[in-house]
Design a protein around this ligand. Structure first.
Ligand SMILES: [Zn+2]
Length: 440
């Protein structure tokens, strides 16, 4: 019998996603603030390092602050309402009844243990989707755990967990993506340019999150969390360096920033990480960038600003030796990572079969059911030619949101068919039931 608790959980996530999709549709109609996200993300750190001149558009955030209309924005800098609409459609498709399933009697190949689970057949992969965001967080956690377990020891090197805060005293009036960009570039400067950091830190794993101020609707409290591997970090010295990084980053936006604290330093909190508190630290590091409920509190224009980005913020980043270690695994193939071996102790209580697959229909090859695979263990189907992303096609006007909807429906149907076959082959004893009542 398929568990009703699993179904209830699916329905709850479905409701959250539907609310976000509805908000996105409103946002698409409302339009949005100037689109800083793309401009700043596209301005790659490599260009900074090469000493290239910043494009004039970077400073448009400052113009915005001064109430001026930005004049030098590139043509496509306004989020395309069509792409936001298409995104809303993808989220709705991901959360439709036919796509969500609960399962009973899934078996653990190692222990033979049976368990109940749930999942989705096709995944939209959006961070706005309650159904997909947890999977992304789990993938980040897997990478962090792998790095922690496989990082070779170095003399006098330890792991530390550092929270970098950003005082919000001069952020009011900046769009969400610009507020986030201040934090992002401060981190960039600290981790690539700071001499102090280079001397002390061998590598780091960084994530970020934001909360929404109850009193001021347009101020988002952004902060970065990082797992840092290196020598002892003096808190005072790190505070000085972080404050410097923030000043430099604010200056990029034409803002002369003064830290409002008594000592004039932005706060950082450092704590030691050991084997015993590591799991807890990773869950702190890899939790969602924001709770799905928070998307509903964000003003529609700000939401369109975030959704109008071709890529979501690079919230999870590895640097230095951590990056080198992480390259040994591919997150899409966790079976090669030692942590992912399911045991009774570490198995995810909520079975999410798609956690191991990137089921983006457009960029990844269609999954071939196990029973069709030749016996060689590592055989992979030949790669499908890469299709241009839906986002780029819609924003370039090659296809309308409505045409895309038709195209996507066919793709999803195809993906669902193969996914079902694959699940049946992988879990021959299990019983699957979609929310629409179909069993397979
Ligand atoms: Zn989704």
């Amino acid at each position: 019998m398929v568990d009703s608790i699993q179904k209830a959980k699916l329905r709850y996530k479905q409701q959250l996603s539907a609310a976000v999709a509805a908000r996105l549709e409103t946002a698409a109609a409302v339009g949005s603030q100037p689109h800083f996200g793309t401009i700043l993300e596209n301005h790659s750190p490599a260009n900074h390092l090469a000493g290239e001149r910043e494009p004039a558009t970077v400073h448009s955030a400052a113009n915005h602050l001064a109430g001026e209309q930005p004049t030098n924005e590139p043509e496509n800098s306004q989020p395309n309402g069509e792409t936001v609409r298409a995104l809303a459609y993808r989220i709705r498709a991901c959360n439709q009844n036919q796509n969500l399933f609960a399962a009973a009697d899934l078996h653990n190949a190692e222990t033979g243990e049976l368990y109940a689970g749930r999942g989705s057949l096709w995944c939209c992969g959006s961070r706005f989707c309650s159904n997909c965001v947890g999977r992304l967080a789990r993938r980040s956690a897997k990478i962090a755990e792998f790095v922690f377990a496989n990082q070779p020891a170095k003399p006098f090197h330890d792991w530390r967990f550092v929270v970098f805060t950003m005082p919000d005293n001069q952020l009011a009036g900046l769009p969400l993506t610009a507020q986030r960009a201040v934090l992002y570039h401060a981190w960039r400067w600290l981790s690539t340019k700071s001499e102090f950091w280079k001397k002390k830190v061998a590598g780091s794993i960084k994530s970020e999150e934001f909360t929404i101020s109850a009193e001021r609707a347009n101020v988002f409290h952004f902060h970065s969390n990082a797992l840092v591997f290196g020598y002892f970090l003096d808190e005072k010295l790190l505070k000085i360096e972080w404050t410097r990084a923030l000043k430099i980053s604010f200056a990029r936006f034409g803002i002369v920033w003064h830290c409002p604290t008594k000592n004039g330093l932005a706060d950082v909190q450092i704590s030691r990480v050991s084997k015993s508190n590591f799991k807890q630290t990773v869950s702190e590091l890899c939790k969602y960038i924001t709770k799905p409920q928070d998307w509903q509190k964000i003003p529609a224009a700000a939401l369109a600003d975030v959704a109008g980005n071709p890529r979501f913020f690079r919230a999870f980043e590895l640097q230095g030796v951590c990056r080198t270690v992480a390259r040994a695994i591919r997150p899409n193939q966790p079976e090669t990572a030692p942590q992912s071996q399911p045991t009774a102790a570490n198995r995810q209580p909520d079975f999410q079969p798609n956690a191991d697959q990137n089921a983006y229909v457009h960029t990844k090859q269609i999954i071939v059911p196990n029973f069709l695979l030749p016996p060689e263990r590592n055989w992979k189907p030949p790669p499908r030619p890469r299709r241009k992303s839906w986002f780029l096609r819609i924003s370039a006007g090659e296809i309308t949101a409505n045409d895309y909807k038709t195209e996507l429906s066919a793709d999803i149907e195809n993906a669902i068919y193969f996914r079902k076959a694959q699940l049946r082959a992988k879990f021959p004893f299990a019983e699957f039931e979609t929310l629409s009542g179909e069993t397979f």
